[in-house]
Design a protein around this ligand. Sequence first.
Ligand code: UD1
Length: 419
Amino acid sequence: MQKLIIKGKKELTGKISISGSKNSTLPILAASILADQVRLKNIPLVKDIFTMVELLNYIGLKTKIIKKKNIIEIKNKKKNISTLAPYKLVKTMRAGVLVLGSLLTKYGKAKVSLPGGCAIGSRPVDLHLYALKKLGAKIKIKDGYILAEAKNGLKGTIINFPSISVGATENALLAASRARGKTILKNCAVEPEIKDLIIFLKKLGSSIYMKGRTITILQNKINNTKITHEVIFDRIELGTYMIASALLAKNKIEIDKINPKINKRKKDVLRKIGIQKKKKKSSIIIKRNKKLKKITISTEPYPGFPTDLQAQLMVLLTQAYGVSKIREDIFENRFMHVPELKRMGAQIEIKNKTAFINGPTKLTGAEVMATDLRASVSLVLAGLIAENRTIINRIYHLDRGYEFLERKLKNCKAEIKRI
Ligand code: UD1
């Protein structure tokens, strides 16, 4: 099993280029089932993307990854494709469940494995199924599989989500993009990745309008099914490296290949902590005041603070003065990095859904274990600021979502290696 070894306390300097968004590429790959031919640019070469491509191959699409250019080409010309998404592919990558909406709306049926829980929580798919049923699908659960059918196609309707879900909004969008008549989705997730999916579906011929958390999908004319699309940058990767810069860079890192206009947050959390940003057209430089300030914050759906940056923010707050509070309101079990950070010297207490971080504390290297994607990268950040050597086990989680992590950090003079 591979490990990462980090020798901490090295000042970072250089340039980091942000990769394409994993969470944007995954639903767009699922949407590619609806097209004849797709060329996707700026895709990140990470494990979750390879798993999704494997799933598309299994279904019967032809895919070609041009690694040097971060491009995937997809062809869907076969008449008889499989409408099955097997357990072995969906269990390792929950976004596999997104093929449900595309398969059902195009082929009238789908059999997709239930993704099951994962380390950060139970993660049900009831909201996905609620939306598909409203669109007229007949759904049964049998032997761990979702069996969905819409023999006469799906029919547009009004769907009011009882709570906000990124995946359910995406599945509903995919399904509604070929439904008859008008669909109105209310209380939707509005993450930039959802907007990217909408841009892709529009290229496919759908008429889609978004106002606040309401998305309207009109009767669709599927005409142009040969599409080129460039995926947006990964805002979570950007946030991760912004925090790394704030911890270790002293204004000497430029983070580029981004579009600052895409990522409009409700609150500028980093600024509240004492970190300033110098934004350029497609890059950003982080400046840090000497003394970081404590903060109280909750994770929320976009444009609130993302749960996917909670673990990384916590590492930053171990260096802020006073007791900071982070409430995790999206997933029930997303503080698994806390015991590992405590082993490195962090002073953190958890009460119910809130972590209390007492800072600033000196971190020291230890052997730690990664438990999920974002928890893993928080341990990398902790290792970068810790005294001595940190060894991170189970780093396959990192490979699911961070493209060239060691290479990007090494280029900025970090001492990090994989063994
Ligand atoms: C997506 C992201 C993930 C991010 C999360 C929240 C992808 C591939 N993954 O995951 O990185 O952490 O959004 O921003 O884009 N829920 C239900 N029933 C459902 C669906 C969700 O109760 O049918 C709950 C979940 O358990 C969770 C909350 O809703 O508590 C939000 O989950 P959701 O937005 O659906 O997350 P994902 O789409 O799985």
